[in-house]
Each structure stands twice: as C-alpha cells, then as structure tokens.
Design a binder for this molecule. Structure first.
Ligand code: C2E
Ligand code: CA
Ligand code: CA
Length: 418
C-alpha cells in the first residue's frame, strides 16, 4: 500500500470512531488512517457499541466513519441516534451500495443536520478516504472541543439500571396521536423516562441500549408495560376510548412466551389487547425477519395492533411487508419534518403513505413540528399525526387533562386544524 499523502498537522490529533461489523474492514481502514497520520482510532463492531462509546468517551469523537450495512443496528439507524444525540462531529459513510442509495443516505444525513462529509465506496481506496477526511477542516469550527454530547447523553450504568428495575425509576410519558384532521385524539405513544436521583429525567436513548447490551431489556419492558396498562385500564374505566402504543425492542422478539405474557398483563389491568399497539423498528426487524415472524404473528393472533416504526430508515420491500401482519406504518420524522420544502423527503413520505394504504395499514406521520408539516400530512392523505405541533410527550397525569382541553377546542372550532 503506498502512502498517497498525509494530513495537515492539526488533523493528526483527530479522534476517530470507526464502525464496521467486519473485523477485516476495521483492520484495513484503521491501517489506512494510521498511515495518513491519524493517531486516535477507536473501533466499534456494532452501532450499539458505537453509541455507547460516543456517549462515554472522555473527549468527544470528531469524526465517525461507519459502514452502512450491519446486522442489528445498521448505519442509517446509527446516524439517526447520533442525530438525536446532536452529535457534532463529522461523518463519513463506507459502503458497497450503489451511488443512488448513497445519494439518498447523504440527503438523509443532511436532513438530520449532521456534518456529513461524503461516502467512500468499498473496496476502499486510500486516496478516496483521504479526500473525505480532508474535508473535516471545513467543519473544524464546529468540531466540538467541549464534551457536549456527554452532557446530553451520559449512559446509565448497569448498576443504576439494575437498581431501578424494581419500578421506582421507571416512568412512562405519553405523546398524543391524533387523526390527521385534528378532530380526534386516538391514543398515545408511551415513551420511557428514567427518574434519576441526581440527574432528573433521563432520555430512553441513555437507558435502552444499556438494557439491551446487558440482557435486561425484557425486564425493563415488562415493568414499563405493567405501568402503562394500569394507566390505560384507568382511562378506559373513565370512559376514554384510547389506544396506547408501546415500543418493543427487537431483542425481546426472541422470547416465545412474550405475547401471552403481555396479553395477561393487559387483561389483568382491564385492557383488551386490541387497545394496545406494539411498535417495532423497521431496520432491525428487516435484519431479523425470519426469527421474529413467529412471535409477531402470535401478537397479532392475540389481537394486539402492530406498528412498523421509523419507516423509511430500513430497506423493506413490498414483498417482505406483504408477509407481515402489520396494522400500522409510522413514517420516520426524517421524511415528515420539513418535507414540504424537500422534494426527496416528500417523495419518500408520499410513497410510504401509498404503500401503507395499499397493504391496508393505518399510516402515521411522526415528528411533525410545524403547521406546514401538518398541512403536508393532510395533503398526502396520511391518516394520523404525532409530533410537537400537537404536543410533546407528557406524564400520565397530564394526558387526560390535555385530551379534555383538545376535545373541547375541537367542539368550539370544528374546522380548525390547530
Ligand atoms: P421513537 O419510537 O421513534 O419515538 C419517537 C421519538 O421522537 C421520541 O423521542 C419523541 O419524544 C420524539 N418526538 C416526537 N415528536 C417529535 C417532534 O415533533 N420533533 C422531534 N424532534 N422529536 C419528536 P424519545 O422519547 O427521546 O425516544 C427516543 C427513542 O427511544 C424512541 O424513538 C424509541 O426508539 C426508544 N424508546 C422510547 N421508549 C422506549 C421503550 O419503552 N422501549 C424501547 N424498546 N424503546 C423505547
Ligand atoms: Ca416508536
Ligand atoms: Ca419512531
């Protein structure tokens, strides 16, 4: 391997996180980076590991180089989580995918407001890699010197997680889901919040990956689910017709007794499974389709609704979707927020709505933040809406008050949209 050139001095000190599930690729790219003069290269073999490293590093990574096609969490999922964490470093994608797909991914990353430098095609050519890495200097003013990511997302430790699993720390928040017209409140998505004695309420992004990595996700889901069912049972007895959506980790879809267990917990709280929608993330599902199909089908047989979450970030084909008993499709917010002025996002949004409808599913737009987003949701014929333009996630005790005032304002102004 010949050294094409080396980097300008100040780039030698770049802290780089390299993510690939293939050890050989990690070796090849690390060697190239070292030859370019970069001294700090940390390796991650999965998206989950990369997120944990990003959140726990003493100093933030300034450049993340990731493969696209990885099992469990793929590169698109990973960058979505990084966007949620407001990752300020630069990004390079490594991939064997064709250039059209890479263009789409590039648009998605920019949509997420990430500092995307570009893609390098596999097999990797050192000159291509160098060309992308050189672009880091364009972002040097935004390359974080302070540990901003850490302050935003310090992962919960396993010990803290174990200690809180008795239920004390676990609190469901609820974000309303409404009909696209705004006329009816249909239900809510339950989102985990973790009450930490010193840090206050913690994001699920700092909790779920830790629970998944340590085999504690089932326990966490069951505690949360039991709490959510208690609220839903109470609301049902008060006469509110509502459905609640609960996120289920792919890791839990290995447990054959899960469908019966969740149905039992629901009934015990006075809830019918048809009042519950289980959300499963598209990209992870598509990577493990065969093994999860049995459990997914059993959920459906028991009457649960099934939602395919973050739609658009995975690679579902019509063929695969047809085999799955999903009742709802949630369009990822990357294709909803700001889509009115982004032709690519808008096209993906429109085709997701059409695909969902062709397969008889309810289509939900998530992450709508502005009136413009909402207008587009209506114009594209999407059925339901969830996002800050309606309401942010809130504690259970506030949800019914919020619903009552929403219902009242609809009666007072039946044609209004907000
Ligand atoms: P998700 O399932 O895609 O949930 C939607 C996320 O988008 C929530 O973030 C919500 O607060 C946020 N959101 C909703 N509307 C808007 C909007 O208009 N603008 C913006 N910028 N964001 C919006 P949150 O609560 O931080 O949850 C993050 C992720 O954590 C969830 O993404 C889900 O994947 C995971 N998660 C949350 N609770 C659970 C859980 O109980 N179990 C599992 N396995 N995962 C969970
Ligand atoms: Ca969800
Ligand atoms: Ca989602």
């Amino acid at each position: 391997m010949t050294i094409m050139a080396t980097l300008p001095g100040k780039l030698n000190a770049l802290r780089v996180l390299l993510v690939d599930d293939d050890d050989f690729m990690l070796d090849v790219v690390e060697e190239m980076l070292l030859q370019l003069g970069i001294e700090i290269v940390v390796r991650a073999r999965s998206g989950t590991e990369a997120l944990t490293l990003t959140a726990t590093a003493h100093l933030p990574f300034q450049l993340l180089i990731s493969d696209l096609d990885m099992p469990e969490m793929d590169g698109i999922q990973l960058v979505r989580h990084l966007a949620d964490l407001k990752f300020e470093g630069a990004l390079i994608i490594l991939s064997g995918a064709d250039t059209r797909l890479l263009d789409t991914v590039g648009n998605l990353l920019r949509e997420h407001k990430l500092n995307y430098l570009g893609a390098v095609q596999k097999p990797i050519d050192q000159a291509d890699l160098l060309a992308q890495v050189m672009k880091v200097s364009e972002f040097s003013s935004t390359v974080p010197v302070a540990a901003r990511v850490q302050s935003q997302l310090l992962m919960l430790s396993v010990d803290e997680l174990r200690a809180g699993l008795d239920g004390e720390a676990i609190e469901p928040f609820f974000q309303p889901k409404i009909s696209a017209s705004g006329h009816s409140v249909l239900g809510a998505e339950c989102l985990l919040r973790w009450r930490h004695p010193e840090r206050g309420l913690i994001s699920p992004l700092a909790v779920i990956p830790v629970a998944e990595a340590h085999g504690l996700i089932d326990e966490l889901t069951l505690v949360l689910f039991t709490k959510v069912m208690a609220h839903l049972g109470e609301w049902t007895r008060q006469g509110h017709a509502l459905k609640v959506s609960v996120n289920i980790s792919m890791d839990s879809l290995k447990r054959l007794d899960l469908p019966d267990l969740l149905a039992k917990i629901a009934r015990h709280a006075g809830v019918e499974p048809k009042q519950v929608i289980l959300e499963i993330t598209e990209s992870r599902l598509m990577n493990n389709l065969a093994s999860s199909l049995e459990i997914i089908s059993r959920f459906r047989l028991l009457g649960f609704g099934l939602s395919i979450d973050d739609f658009g970030t995975g690679y579902s084909s019509m063929e695969k979707l047809k085999q799955m008993p999903f009742t709802e499709l949630k369009v990822d917010r990357a294709f909803v927020f700001g889509a009115a002025s982004d032709p690519v996002a808008r096209a993906i949004f429109q085709s997701s709505v059409d695909l969902g409808h062709a397969l008889g599913m309810q289509v939900v737009a998530e992450g709508a933040e502005t009136q413009e987003d909402w207008d587009l949701v209506m114009a594209l014929g999407c059925d339901q809406l969830q996002g800050y333009v309606v309401a942010k996630p809130m504690p259970a005790k506030d949800f019914i008050d919020w619903k009552t005032s929403w219902d009242k304002s609809v009666v007072l102004a039946p044609n209004r949209q907000n």
